[in-house]
Design a protein around this ligand. Structure first.
Ligand code: FE2
Ligand code: FE2
Length: 194
């Protein structure tokens, strides 16, 4: 919560300069007292303005999406057949590993917010935005993965708007993931045009 702290301090120091220097000091005291109060909550400070349970649920749905995408890409990377399959299978594997990296980042953030990341396989498909689809043809695989990426792109954009300035750390993480999903979609669409 470095950013929130910096903003509060900045606002307080502005007050201190123009209105009342003692106001700044009492603000620091409040800040320190608040920080000590719920110390077991770690990075989650009292100025977190979102409903943290709702935020964790949104992140767990994104985690499920990433895990389903990890598995779908991985399965496709093994079953891809045909004369042009090798580089495409390789690309599926690279994407699979990147989706797993996204899952890890999201799980880590869920823990920082005081939640438990959901890895129960029974719940993954129902929570995921994207679907787990297997295909026989290479072209169908590319198309299914592109559809999943487009779903991910839209849902991440929505999440970025939700977290906005309320939780800049989560927003920055999601923006980073969104940029990679856009790159994935772009690569898949290039493959379809070949
Ligand atoms: Fe991803
Ligand atoms: Fe992706």
């Amino acid at each position: 919560m470095k950013v929130a702290k910096a903003t509060s301090s900045r606002a307080a120091s502005k007050t201190a300069k123009t209105v009342d220097p003692s106001g700044f000091l009492s603000d620091v005291k409040t800040l320190r007292a608040r920080a000590r109060k719920h110390i077991e909550e770690g990075a989650l400070t009292d100025d977190y303005t979102l409903n943290v349970k709702a935020a964790i649920k949104i992140l767990n749905d994104a985690l499920a999406t990433e895990l389903v995408c990890t598995l779908r890409y991985r399965q496709h990377s093994f079953v891809a057949k045909g004369i042009h399959s090798e580089p495409i299978a390789q690309e599926f594997l690279v994407h699979s590993n990147e989706e797993l990296g996204h899952a890890d980042a999201i799980a880590k953030r869920i823990v920082q917010l005081g939640g438990a990341p959901e890895f129960n396989p029974d719940k993954l498909v129902s929570r995921s935005h994207a679907e787990y689809v297997t295909c026989d043809k290479l072209e169908d695989m590319i198309r299914e993965n592109l559809v999943a990426e487009r779903i991910a792109i839209e849902s991440y954009r929505e999440m970025v708007r939700y977290f906005a300035e309320h939780d800049p750390t989560t927003r920055a993480m999601l923006e980073g993931i969104l940029a990679v999903e856009e790159q994935h979609a772009d690569e898949l669409s290039d493959l379809l045009e070949r």
